[in-house]
Design a protein around this ligand. Structure first.
Ligand code: HEC
Ligand code: HEC
Ligand code: HEC
Ligand code: HEC
Ligand code: HEC
Length: 391
């Protein structure tokens, strides 16, 4: 009798979904609290159960069958959204960390604590409960595969292609900007506080001339290849999400040819001056976009016949300027709109016979580097080095 029953039981277990661990205490309370908050203050990917057929939610587990995509994602800024040195430094200096976790580790499964309320309705006085099931390895993965792809025990994707490995479902957000804007378009001010949430890439893109091209069109290049081991090649997209090419970890990031640089520079030399044209040549949003500290510096200097610098170098800065204290206030913003061309005329000193131009893209302001003591942290990248003679 036992011999007959055993194989039957195994078959039955193979068909049923795996037993998901019971939901931890505190989860209902956390979900109730987050539901009272505006969308940009909610964990962007919620609480997720492991889809049938998989062992856990970790990227490395997905990578066993999706090795190429895993290798690309690993170099991306998304994969470094938690471990980033600057982010970690900021996390030790604020009392509003529950807000930061919502986008940088967007699954409730990644958070060691959940907010369940605020004392005196103050965002800097959260009341926490512990998450006894936290997976710290999953937390360190930042914006991991499951943040975008796992919902309700199902793997969601652009096509919902069928596989025996896990349940799948097509979700439209993969095929337009929706999936990106959950985090890349969020604006909220906090009266009386010295911080603000300002990510306006989505609005800049929507208001611009290229909004028929999705974020993926530029930031996830098309590629035909097997998407999982032992499967035939199919059209899909790379998972690098390249930006300005300033890596978080020296020497470790997406290949630089994945995205053309946003700044265009053209120089026309006359006998007594240079006409420098700066343009937003490749981005569908403002250049630079995103974090308010990102900026581009352009420095032009002149040399005499002996190659010795003459006159003061001419310096330009493209970006935003904010005052953070006592309350955040934008003082200036001269970023380049899509298609914009800005011509700057620079007078050459009398003794000048040649010129040099260097353009540098910066991720973080010098004052912030000093405040967070981020010495040695890669923070900028030279994008153009040009030189010529005056006619
Ligand atoms: C045991 C192997 C295996 C594991 C583990 C696995 N997958 Fe898959 N996955 C596949 C196969 C096979 C396909 C179908 C590929 C094909 O037919 O081209 C697939 C398809 C997909 C798709 C495409 C869905 C669509 O709509 O196009 C996504 C997205 C995906 N997997 C994500 C994940 C994520 C995220 C994980 C980890 C949480 C994961 N997979 C773990 C084997 C696996
Ligand atoms: C769950 C939130 C979230 C989602 C969804 C998301 N991002 Fe991001 N993205 C981030 C965060 C956070 C960072 C910055 C991480 C850091 O700098 O440590 C980032 C960084 C980037 C960067 C900058 C790369 C660099 O080198 O600095 C680009 C480009 C980007 N994302 C594009 C996209 C696109 C395109 C999508 C949609 C397919 C998307 N993101 C979806 C949160 C998100
Ligand atoms: C037409 C191509 C194009 C489209 C469409 C586009 N981008 Fe970009 N994006 C760029 C380029 C080029 C850069 C690099 C700019 C530079 O050199 O600083 C960039 C930079 C970024 C950055 C800053 C990264 C960094 O390291 O400074 C973020 C974030 C970003 N894009 C997000 C998005 C999102 C979200 C969307 C969709 C709403 C989008 N982009 C649509 C071309 C595009
Ligand atoms: C920031 C969100 C995001 C993250 C993180 C992410 N993906 Fe994707 N993924 C997408 C988008 C968007 C597409 C749709 C691309 C397209 O249109 O082909 C996609 C498509 C896919 C596909 C279908 C094949 C293809 O190339 O289109 C697979 C498989 C997949 N992802 C697996 C993974 C795995 C494995 C990881 C982690 C190593 C991961 N993804 C991380 C957003 C994400
Ligand atoms: C609404 C989602 C969201 C929240 C909340 C959020 N971030 Fe981010 N963060 C992003 C995105 C998107 C980027 C990258 C693209 C950009 O700069 O626009 C980013 C980038 C960063 C960067 C890298 C900047 C750079 O130039 O490389 C740091 C550091 C950072 N965030 C810290 C924090 C801290 C600290 C908090 C909490 C006080 C926080 N973030 C809350 C979405 C968010």
């Amino acid at each position: 009798m036992a011999r007959v029953l055993l194989p039957l039981l195994i078959v039955a277990a193979g068909c049923a979904p795996p037993p998901s661990p019971p939901e931890p205490a505190g989860l209902d309370q956390a979900n109730e609290f987050y539901a009272t908050r505006p969308p940009e203050e909610r964990p962007q990917a919620g609480w997720q159960v492991v889809p049938a057929g998989l062992t856990d939610l970790r990227a490395a587990s997905c990578g066993e069958c999706h090795p190429d995509i895993f290798a690309e994602w690993r170099t991306s800024t998304h994969a470094q959204a938690w471990t980033d040195v600057q982010f970690q430094s900021e996390m030790t200096k604020s009392e509003n960390r529950w807000l930061c976790r919502n986008c940088h580790t967007p699954l409730l499964n990644q958070m060691p604590v959940w907010a369940v309320g605020l004392e005196a309705d103050d965002v800097e006085r959260p009341i926490y409960v512990d998450n006894p099931t936290v997976d710290l390895e999953l937390r360190d993965e930042g914006i991991t595969c499951a943040s975008c792809h796992v919902r309700d025990g199902v793997i969601e994707g652009p096509t919902g292609i069928e596989t025996k490995s896990h349940p799948t479902r097509k979700a439209d957000r993969f095929n337009d900007e929706t999936i990106c804007l959950a985090c890349h378009q969020a604006v909220r001010s906090y009266p009386g506080k010295d911080f603000i949430c300002v990510f306006e890439t989505g609005k800049e893109w929507r208001d611009g001339p290229y909004n028929r091209y999705s974020c993926q069109f530029c930031h996830m290049q098309p590629v035909v290849r097997p998407q999982a081991v032992d499967e035939p090649p199919r059209p899909g997209r790379r998972h690098y999400w390249p930006g300005a090419g300033i890596y978080k970890v020296e020497g470790f990031g997406p290949p630089l040819d994945q995205l053309g640089f946003g700044l265009g520079v053209e120089v026309e030399a006359a006998s007594d001056r240079l006409l420098v044209t700066l343009s937003n040549s490749a981005a569908a949003h403002l250049l630079p976009t995103g974090d308010p500290e990102r900026h581009i510096s352009v420095e032009v200097d002149f040399r005499d016949a002996a190659g010795v610098p003459v006159g003061e170098p001419h310096r330009m800065r493209i970006g935003q300027i904010w005052e953070w204290w006592p309350e955040p206030r934008k003082l200036d913003d001269n970023r380049l709109a899509p298609l914009e061309q800005r011509v700057v005329s620079i007078e050459a000193p009398a003794a000048a016979v040649s010129w040099r131009l260097v353009a540098t893209s910066h991720r973080i302001a010098q004052e912030a580097i000093e405040f967070h003591e981020l010495h040695g942290y890669p923070s900028s990248r030279v994008t153009h080095q040009l030189a010529g003679v005056l006619p």
